[in-house]
Design a binder for this molecule. Structure first.
Ligand code: PMP
Length: 358
């Protein structure tokens, strides 16, 4: 790499997203997209937004989207922050933590973008191993009762966690938030709509709680890039400052139109998530019948390992049968496959292929 770039740039370990091959003839179960597509009303709104209005800049405040999200979650519009996918929302949150004195804590085995952002934005951090059963251990995130010991500067974790799918009950999330009143606690709820209970219900009680969501999973709009965070208005104001110091237009006109219409179509949203949950339950039972150990999942994917077969080999054998699942080389989870919940038909193809392979 060029000697003109700084040592920081040379030292970066960029995030490598899951493979995005041409999907013709492939069963693509590797990046947790939703199999049923977005609300037809969202597609209609995007089409309607492609006309002459694209000549004009979008609304720099994304007011229409903040308003519908605020209504849905019963908060004020100034408690809502929006961005191009929750990855961007998270990036701004990490930027806002730049140069803070105490460390940002997050689980060891979690969303692999977190350490990448820490490297990019110079955020001191600590990764805390998950418990033996792959759950987040609440006590590890609480300062000791006698006031001794270290405190986190900020905390972030996905709930359900990724890539394990394991869900932390809302009461446990609240314990972490309440136990760290001097630290921002960011709960990344990218997968919450597949059976979790959102911590947004707690934001008016805890000024240190920030919750992020995405339109990429439960709303089947990964290609549109829309995410948001909800929290106390002072936390949101900090994110707005960071964003406006970087780019003053959070979302383009198509994304705004599609996202608003998606939120307005609650019935479609609830139905399509319910279908995914039902398929997940069937798939879990089928995988167990094939001898897999499957972690309990609150997400639109399952995390499973076979006691007698190597994870990387299984992923490769599926790939040879045009089925793509995600395999991580990381220690402790290198025997697992992360399998996105597809349509019933796609999951049946997966189970049939595994039946042949095993
Ligand atoms: N958080 C978690 C835990 C994720 O798995 C993902 C998707 N890879 C994201 C955030 C980001 O999703 P998006 O940028 O599409 O909103």
């Amino acid at each position: 790499m060029s000697r003109f770039w700084s040592a920081v740039v040379h030292g970066l370990t960029p995030y490598v997203p899951g493979e995005q091959p041409k999907i013709d003839n492939l069963v693509k179960l590797n990046t947790n997209e939703h199999p049923y597509g977005p609300s037809p009303k969202a597609l209609e709104a995007i089409r309607a937004a492609t006309g002459d209005s694209l000549r004009l800049y979008p609304d720099p405040n994304a007011d229409a989207l903040k308003t519908v999200l605020a209504q849905r979650f019963e908060v004020q519009p100034n408690q809502v922050f929006v961005g191009n996918g929750s990855d961007e929302v998270l990036a701004h949150a990490f930027q806002a933590l730049l140069n803070q004195e105490r460390e940002l804590w997050f689980p060891d085995i979690s969303y692999s973008f977190y350490p990448v952002y820490c490297g990019l934005y110079g955020v001191a951090h600590r990764q805390i191993p998950l418990a033996e059963d792959f759950t987040i251990r609440v006590e590890d995130y609480l300062p000791r009762g006698d006031g001794s010991g270290e405190k986190a500067g900020a905390i972030i974790f996905p709930n359900p966690n990724a890539p394990t799918g394991r869900l932390l009950p809302l009461q446990a999330v609240e314990q972490i938030v309440a136990g760290n009143p001097d630290a921002v606690v960011l709960v990344d709820e990218a997968y919450v709509d597949f059976g979790g209970e959102s911590a947004i219900a707690l934001v008016d009680q805890y000024p240190n709680l920030l919750v992020s969501h995405t339109f990429s999973k439960s709303r089947s709009l990964a290609g549109l890039r829309v995410g948001y965070a909800i929290g106390h208005k002072d936390l949101i104001e900090g994110l707005e400052r960071v964003k406006n110091s970087f780019n003053s237009y959070p979302l383009d006109r198509l994304a705004l139109a599609g996202a608003v219409a998606s939120v307005e179509d609650e019935e479609f949203f609830l139905d399509s998530c319910q279908k995914v949950i039902a398929t997940r339950e069937t798939l879990v039972a089928q995988l167990q019948q094939l001898g897999f150990e499957v972690l309990p999942s609150g997400a639109n994917f399952v995390f499973a390992r076979h006691p007698a077969r190597d994870g990387a080999e299984l992923a490769a054998a599926l790939r040879a049968r045009a089925i793509i699942v995600r395999h991580f080389k990381q220690a402790r989870i290198d025997q697992f496959l992360r399998i996105t919940i597809g349509t019933d038909e796609q999951c049946a193809q997966l189970v049939a292929a595994l039946g042949e392979i095993l």
